[in-house]
Design a protein around this ligand. Sequence first.
Ligand code: PLP
Length: 439
Amino acid sequence: SEANQRYLNRTKNSEVRHKAAQQFMPGGVTRFTTFHRPYPVTIIRAEGPELHDADGNRYLDFINNYGSLIHGHAHPTIVRLVQRAVESASAVSASIPEQMELAQLLCKRVASVEQIRFCNSGTEATMFAIRAARAFTGKSGFIKMEGGYHGLHDAVEFSISPPLVTGERKNTLEPIPTSSGISHNLARDIYIAPFNDTHAIENILLEKAQEIAAIIVEPVMGVAGIIPPLPGYLAELRRLADKYGVLLIFDEVQTLRLHPGGAQGLYHVEADLTAMAKIIGGGFPVGAFGGRADIMSVFDPNQPGHVSHGGTFSGNNITMTAGIASMQLLDKEAIDRLEALSSRLEKGLSHVIQKYNIPAAITRVGSMLNVHFTKLPPIDYTTAHATSKELGTLVHLELMNYGIFASPRGTWYLSTAMADSHIDETISGFSEVMQKISR
Ligand code: PLP
């Protein structure tokens, strides 16, 4: 298409680099996420809200490394502190004061988190949260949502983007491995429910509560397309977990940005265990899992039969230092400012969508939003899946050509490095793209 040709023309150096990379990395990439056809751009430099690619193109970054760069790229305070940390020590296999400082900071922010431990990714965070739930309850099953994303470990790689179940939906959806290489045998432990459907959860629990350790849920679905919980949904999950004797795990890997206390603070519902990552590392590899002290005590090495957890780089000084700074910078005022920027963006994009009569709907919670090419805002995987992939791909490509770096899925994450002027520039770009498409 014409959009594709323009992309090819302006990214020649990225193409050359991608060709060379294909010899040494399968598909020429080491991660799938920002990949789009025919090849991803190679980014040479990034600062604040801007990316610069190998051909000298500038982009406003609305992916922000999938929501982890809440203060944009190379925030001066974070850079300064990290430089100092690099000079003072490399990673050590001992305690460092920064671990205690970040642990305390996160426990103070998220009311339900009494104790916490660090790891290196959100994937590990949900893996250890589920392991803790199993150890604490002595049960192995868990409920996850259809379309729910909790990282890449085998146990949770089920029903992330399954084929649509149409017609009469069953109470229990069959768990479908998301990738080859995942053992079907693991499906025995997994129960799938649609997001925002508490009846489905209760039906599973009525039958299987004796086998189920936990419900794991993103309070706002992220990868599925920024889908907010319906009013009362999370509180009802809390009630059902208590009624049936299972633990409630909130995967707040994305949602911690929404409120000083995370989605739990925003919606006033407390989890038993919480998985965190992304923004708590200030841009560096990170994960953390925490919760009730009686549950977290399963990791206490002084206890007989304690649960194993470690990791060569868990709690390393660079990540801890950047994480402390990132969270200190993200005070109530910063979150309010993000809300104002994000609301301005939503209004602008909505106006454009109406003006050009595009079949699209926006979902937004705080500084995360998603443009869906559906008539109605989705409430679960099935309704989100109705988005037009063709339109989504075209819009993504045209936005890239305009200099707006948003995800192929239509998800946008804002950063505190943005100002009103960046938002207005983006709305203008979106308007030009939509005008082109509506012709
Ligand atoms: N959980 C959620 C809700 C996520 O969005 C992600 C990543 O996008 C993860 C877990 C996995 O985190 P990581 O990529 O750090 O392993």
